[in-house]
Design a protein around this ligand. Structure first.
Ligand code: TTP
Ligand code: MG
Length: 427
């Protein structure tokens, strides 16, 4: 993917570098994918746990009067134009009566675990996609529940009765169609898009409504006279390939329903477990060295947590928020599982190069996390030959010694020299 495209990619894109397990499908057994997306997830949990909030505009995020942003808003607040990513200052202008609630990550993660457990009762193949979203392979199971709609209804009811929360569900012949369908009737929606209806329902919509199509992809498509999903489906593949590379071709094929039905089984995808840290700068940063120094510090901190918990990980995600509150996530896979801060840092550095160069917008927040976490064993260990084994052994011992010192004397006592720079300057 071109750097410019990566930079403009929206956070909730459907792209995924994870390995996929292809399934065999036949005409008599066409793919059926179900997508569940909880409604106003964090805000709904807060309302559920504090009934005095019911019916009022609720905003979850930075406290009132802060430089923070909205993490999510309930549907009452959305009527005032409040949305995720908006500054708290703007919320105060648009909706002065809004009730501000601070984000409580641990609580929401626990509800997410409960949600995924419910979903696993309904399909052997569940792919958690974000904290409040998942894809289910419904191909072999929906008929057991009386057809796709009855199946989806039972899942919605289980979520409602067990969690006291509402979800919107989409069903379709591919992941992308199911995901787009779940957004059509939010909140508390249920939308079944049959293969023969995909064109009629989505064809007239703009390409920007496709998850993963950000402003820069939209501009590339518009330059090719492609404005709607219909235009995209009719464009010759060779033209898309030439102007937009693999990304364009994949997009068109998915819309035509030629790919995208594969689901990644939960066991194969450990990325829902992740460990990381992020930092909001007191002053927006334009200096590359300062970002790199902070990145090294965060990589050390994240891998230290992993070592303590006994995990090695494989996917590194860099998060950046620019001064205008736009947030970008970018991730890539390492060649092998690791808990080594330098390996994580090196990849995070590459990801930063993809997203940002000196002279670009000032950075307000930077974060790094490692996912695809597993317990090291013979399948997930680092492969060593005789030459590298001794070096690895020494480095592992050194890292554990440094961890112990830090536990005893605090973060600043020992750290890789460069990472101390950003701490010393207090940014
Ligand atoms: P979403 O499903 O995007 O939003 P939502 O569930 O609040 O609302 P909707 O009804 O439109 O689905 O995200 C799920 C939760 O993830 C959301 O409640 C808050 C959190 N979140 C972030 O932490 N950062 C973000 O940038 C976004 C978009 C969401
Ligand atoms: Mg949601």
């Amino acid at each position: 993917m071109m750097r410019a495209e990566v930079r403009d990619r929206i956070r909730k894109g459907v792209e995924d570098d994870s390995p996929r397990r292809p399934r065999t499908l036949s005409k008599s057994n066409p793919a059926l994918v179900l997508h569940v997306d909880m409604d106003a997830f964090f805000a709904a949990i807060e309302e559920r746990d504090n009934p005095s909030l019911k019916g009022k505009p609720v905003v979850v995020g930075g406290p009132k009067g802060s430089r923070g942003v909205v993490t999510t808003a309930n549907y009452v607040a959305r009527e005032y134009g409040v949305h995720a990513g908006m500054s708290i200052a703007e919320v105060e202008r648009r909706c002065p009566d809004a009730i501000h609630v601070s984000t409580k990550g641990g609580k929401y993660s626990w509800v997410s675990v409960q949600l995924m457990a419910i979903l696993r009762r309904y399909s052997p193949v569940v792919e958690p996609y974000s904290i409040d979203e998942a894809f289910l392979d419904a191909t072999g199971c929906s008929h057991l529940f009386g057809g796709p709609e009855a199946y989806a209804n039972q899942i919605k009811q289980a979520i409602h009765s067990e969690l006291n929360l509402t979800a919107s569900v989409g069903i379709g012949p591919s992941r992308i169609v199911a995901k787009m369908a779940s957004g059509l009737e939010k909140p508390d929606g249920l939308t079944y898009v049959k293969p023969e209806d995909v064109g009629r329902i989505f064809g007239p919509m703009t390409v920007r409504t496709i998850p993963g199509v950000g402003p820069s992809t939209e501009i590339s498509l518009n330059k090719l006279n492609i404005y709607t999903i219909d235009d995209l489906a009719q464009a010759p593949m060779s033209m898309l390939q030439k102007f937009m590379g693999k990304h364009g071709r994949d997009l068109a094929e998915t819309i035509k329903g030629k790919s995208g039905a594969e689901i990644i089984a939960m066991e194969e995808r450990a990325e829902d477990k992740s460990m990381g840290h992020e930092h909001t700068f007191h002053v927006d940063v334009t200096d590359l060295d300062m970002l790199l120094s902070r990145l090294l510090y965060l990589s050390e901190k994240a891998t230290r947590r992993m070592r303590k918990a006994g995990y090695v990980g494989r996917v590194v995600t860099l998060k950046l928020r620019t001064h205008d509150f736009r947030t970008y996530d970018h991730q890539r896979k390492l060649d092998e599982w690791t808990d080594d801060p330098l390996k994580v840092y090196e990849l995070a550095h590459e990801l930063l190069n993809d997203l940002w160069r000196p002279g670009d917008k000032p950075i307000r927040l930077i974060g790094v996390s490692v996912s695809g976490l597993v317990r090291p064993d013979e399948h997930h260990g680092v492969q060593h030959n005789l030459f590298t084994a001794a070096t690895h052994e020494r480095r592992t011992r050194l890292l554990h010694a440094v961890d112990q010192m830090k536990d005893q004397y605090g973060e600043k006592v020992l750290g890789m020299a460069a990472s101390l720079e950003s701490l010393r300057k207090g940014w």
